[in-house]
Ligand binder design. Structure first.
Ligand SMILES: NC(=O)c1ccc[n+]([C@@H]2O[C@H](COP(=O)([O-])OP(=O)(O)OC[C@H]3O[C@@H](n4cnc5c(N)ncnc54)[C@H](OP(=O)(O)O)[C@@H]3O)[C@@H](O)[C@H]2O)c1
Length: 233
């Protein structure tokens, strides 16, 4: 699809991957990028148009969809890890919050913006997922379950919105606050943003951003033990 002349809305665009994707869209000719964030005052970049949107708040989503009727690209990026909820201990309430943020939030955003995207010619819906859509460990079961569910939702959107280019972005660790405690190799948010924009320009529906992710994806047709044995490089 063409990014030149497009109007985008990116959730969680005040920092991290969302900010990098917002800038990459502008650099590729988007005329406006709405930064859809919980606290508009955290959008300090003057090139972005702040919009209040907590993805767990249906009223915020409805109001943003009412306001941003010119969008042609919607990026579901906002997310949380909820690592406090470990497999056998830690609060399950946090894992529930992760589901609200990483699954039901993007679902509600997709529902709210589907009519606008359709009216504007189809456009694109980008869901920022993870290698954790397919890979997991005892330290992030709730997060991985949310990204597996969000991947399934992405597939449903691929079927249910045939006019819209639905892109799933999968990667291992990315160097943001989100993964600050991780010592494994990371790619930069700018690298992931560039790969996402390239997929949009080439009408590709999937980004597999690093070797951890491509190896995991390739292992899916084999034994499940081989999937879980893949490690970050
Ligand atoms: N970093 C990684 O290693 C990695 C790897 C694969 C996939 N991802 C995915 O990439 C996406 C972005 O992660 P990141 O690394 O950029 O993380 P980050 O730096 O921690 O940023 C998270 C963003 O999500 C926003 N957010 C969280 N909950 C929200 C809510 N309820 N409503 C609206 N916005 C909310 C945050 O807003 P506030 O500023 O208001 O908190 C922030 O803008 C996530 O979906 C994550 O799962 C990350």
């Amino acid at each position: 699809m063409q990014i030149e002349g497009s109007v985008a809305l990116v959730t969680g665009a005040n920092r991290g991957i969302g900010h990098a994707i917002a800038l990459a869209l502008l650099e590729n000719g988007a005329t406006k990028v709405y930064a859809a964030v919980r606290r508009p005052e955290t959008v300090t970049d003057p090139r972005l148009t702040p919009v209040k949107l907590d993805v767990t708040n249906p009223d915020d989503i409805a109001k943003a969809a009412e306001l941003a009727q010119d969008v042609t690209i919607v990026v579901n990026n906002a997310g949380m890890s909820g690592v406090e909820a470990q497999l056998l201990n830690g609060p399950l309430s946090v894992a529930r919050e992760v589901m609200e943020t990483n699954v039901f939030g993007p679902w509600e955003v997709a529902r709210a913006f589907a009519p606008t995207l359709s009216r504007n010619g189809g456009g694109a819906l980008v869901n920022v997922l993870s290698v954790a859509s397919w890979w997991t460990s005892g330290t992030m079961p709730g997060y991985a379950a949310s990204k597996a569910a969000a991947w399934s939702l992405t597939n449903a959107l691929r079927v249910g919105l045939p006019q819209t280019l639905v892109v799933g972005v999968h990667s291992g660790f990315v160097d943001t606050e989100f993964s600050a405690a991780v010592t494994a190799p990371k790619i930069t948010a700018e690298d992931l943003a560039a790969q996402t924009v390239k997929a949009l320009l080439e009408d590709r529906t999937e980004v597999l951003a690093d070797r951890f992710t491509t190896d995991t994806r390739a292992a899916l047709s084999g034994a499940i033990e081989d999937v879980l044995a893949v490690r970050p490089y």
